[in-house]
Write a protein that binds this ligand. Structure first.
Ligand SMILES: [Fe+2]
Ligand SMILES: [Fe+2]
Length: 225
């Protein structure tokens, strides 16, 4: 089975406008992980999950997935969270493209809820977006994406591991919302959490050499000449 956008565009001619706006927005940034490539992976996963569900509103789901991480391209995402900041920007874009308040509200709920933090997913479309985004972390390839995230967020390995292990634990406790997402996961999210925990133990208990900084190399750091 093919999971493409073509049929959905025939049903809703506004989708190409959102697609073009999203591709341009994500393309303008140098974010190495939260790019249009990530959005395309989430979009594909969302279409696969949605095909297994009934009564999915694709006019809500597709714009929500396309716009779900645009919060990273706002000035206030560190203050508000990229989910809340993204929903605000998405609303401006959607109203500008002629969406009414109802449609815009349904799409923005999905964006605000895609981390399960600012808001919990209530609608089917929000649950599908949440699952599609969590599945990005449910595979060994995420250990490679993790390196990109460390670079993008300019964070230490310790901070990355603490945040990621905490998030994976919350996601595992919450579980996936859809049957298809559980099938696609196949235990991989738990495997990734376990490997991240092993890395944390290794660098904290056995191999501190992986996290050496200047403070560890000197008792008295030489002054700048
Ligand atoms: Fe996100
Ligand atoms: Fe995302």
């Amino acid at each position: 089975m093919k999971y493409t956008l073509d049929e959905h565009v025939r049903q809703d001619s506004r989708i190409p406008n959102i697609y073009r706006d999203a591709r341009r927005l994500y393309g303008e940034s140098d974010r190495v992980h939260h790019s249009f490539s990530h959005v395309m992976r989430d979009l594909y996963r969302a279409l696969v999950i949605a095909a297994d569900e009934s009564l999915v509103n694709y006019s809500v789901l597709i714009p929500a997935v396309l716009l779900h991480d645009i919060g990273f391209y706002t000035d206030d995402f560190k203050l508000l969270g990229h989910d809340v900041a993204g929903a605000r920007l998405a609303r401006e874009i959607l109203i500008g493209l002629g969406y009414d308040e109802n449609a815009s509200g349904a799409i923005c709920h999905c964006i605000r809820a895609h981390k399960g933090k600012a808001e919990q997913p209530q609608s089917l479309e929000a649950k599908i977006l949440y699952d599609a985004d969590v599945l990005e972390k449910a595979g060994l390839v995420y250990l490679i994406f993790g390196g990109k995230i460390v670079c993008e967020f300019n964070e230490t390995i310790h901070d990355f591991l603490a945040r990621e292990i905490s998030d994976r634990t919350t996601e595992l406790n919450r579980g996936f919302y859809t049957r298809k997402a559980r099938e696609l996961d196949g235990g991989r999210l738990n495997q990734v959490r376990s490997i991240l925990s092993q890395i944390k133990s290794e660098i904290e208990e056995e191999r501190p050499d992986f996290c050496i900084n200047e403070e560890a190399l000197w008792m008295n750091l030489p002054a700048e000449s």
